[in-house]
Write a protein that binds this ligand. Structure first.
Ligand code: PLP
Length: 390
């Protein structure tokens, strides 16, 4: 590699650690004891955890009392879905993260899937029909999962209006909103959305990997059994000594993310993203953008490169110093089928050529230009090669 700085455009996979988070973690590593201990070091650990609880809860406009720290969004999802005591079936949108689909299946009380439209939007009517089907199967109020914004396409979901429709049919439904990708990139207000639980991930907003939170509406907190039983930590909601340094780093990043929302970076990111898409539409034949007609997160673009293989493009860009994601990458890094693109009617060949470009608050126009130039070159090389093989 030359000494040229790399361009990192895969924030939806993991955002770079913020300096404030790094500093907070190092400080906590040196000063905090076990938060359950009564001595000074323990009290310092407890204070860090409780301050962090306040700060992270503010990110979703919730009181701190309902927030449980977890090892990430996946654990928070499992804690809500598997821990909810209700007996109804699960209703999950077709575009939920695999952690939601897998937990709903494991729960074993029946699963109904709510379809999205071709733009990747799950309308209230789709969700409420799935709720009706769930209640025919199993009369109890269902567990309903609708994410705030999708990780592959960035498409923002109409959570508030959809929940209103659900509650007309099933007022006691337990509604879970996975806000992993939305937090820090748009305002998320748990009360305004009228959801019962929200999931947050630390590393998507500049905190350390392996941190997350489940925030449950206080009135419904008693309906969740602890997924990890133990020594009474997290008010009995999650056993195990808290990861104090990571929690401190998570809070520092959450605080920064909340403050940044007021600085206009999201409008700037949207403008940069839209300009990038316009440029590439003019230079790459047959370029498609998944969910382009819907409201999307400011930082995300899921590009469909006709006739290309996403993994080949990702590797070629990596060699050029640019990091992006494959639209349909699963956690192992392999490119599999995308259930999200499939649900949008973009499966098969389209999904094989889907790449995901996701920026962050510090991303600059020149970085998107560097990506665009590199992608244009890769596409020319690939089409020359395809012609020479024909
Ligand atoms: N939910 C969504 C929407 C995600 O994008 C991700 C990660 O990509 C997860 C959940 C899982 O997050 P974590 O890595 O914190 O377990």
């Amino acid at each position: 590699m030359s000494g040229r700085a790399r361009t990192y455009l895969d924030h939806n996979a993991s955002a770079p650690l913020e300096e404030e988070a790094r500093v907070a973690m190092i400080e906590a590593l040196g000063t905090a004891g076990n938060p359950s201990s009564v001595h000074a070091e323990g009290r310092r650990g407890r204070a860090l955890v409780e301050e962090a609880r306040d700060v992270v809860a503010q990110l979703v406009g919730a009181p701190a009392g309902g927030l449980t720290f977890t090892s990430g969004a996946s654990e928070a999802i499992a804690a809500a879905v598997l821990g909810w005591r209700g007996e109804g079936a699960a209703v999950v949108s077709a575009i939920e993260h695999p952690a939601v689909h897998a937990a709903a299946t494991r729960r074993g009380r029946g699963v109904q899937v709510a379809a999205c439209d071709r733009q990747g939007v799950v309308a209230g009517v789709s969700l409420s029909r799935a709720v009706e089907r769930a209640m025919e199967e199993n009369a109890g109020p269902p567990l309903v999962a609708l994410m705030a914004a999708n990780n592959e396409t960035g498409v923002i979901q109409p959570v508030g209006p959809a929940v209103r429709e659900v509650r007309r049919i099933a007022p006691e439904a337990f509604v879970l909103c996975d806000a992993t990708q939305a937090c820090g990139r748009m305002a998320v207000d748990m009360a305004a959305l009228d959801v019962d639980a929200v999931v947050i991930s630390g590393h998507k907003l500049g905190g350390p990997m392996g941190t997350g939170a489940l925030v449950v509406r206080q009135a419904r907190g008693d309906e969740i059994d602890a997924l990890v039983p133990g020594g009474g930590q997290e008010r009995g909601r999650r056993g195990g000594t808290e990861n104090v340094p990571a929690i401190a780093g998570f809070a520092a990043a959450a605080e920064l993310a909340r403050r940044r929302l007021g600085t206009g970076w999201t409008a700037r990111a949207t403008t940069m993203r839209d300009a990038l898409e316009r440029r590439l539409a003019g230079t790459i034949g047959g370029l498609g953008i998944a969910g382009q007609g819907a409201e999307r997160l400011c930082n995300t673009s899921c590009m469909i490169l006709a006739g290309a293989r996403a993994e080949t493009v990702v590797i070629a860009l990596d060699l050029a110093g640019v990091s992006i994601g494959a639209g349909a990458a699963c956690s192992s890094g392999k490119v599999g089928g995308s259930h999200v693109l499939e649900a949008m009617g973009l499966g098969g060949d389209a999904a094989r050529g889907a790449i995901r470009v996701s920026s962050g608050p510090a991303t600059e126009t020149q970085e998107l230009e560097r990506f665009a130039e590199a992608l244009e070159k890769v596409m020319v090389r690939m089409s020359v090669r395809a012609k020479s093989l024909a």
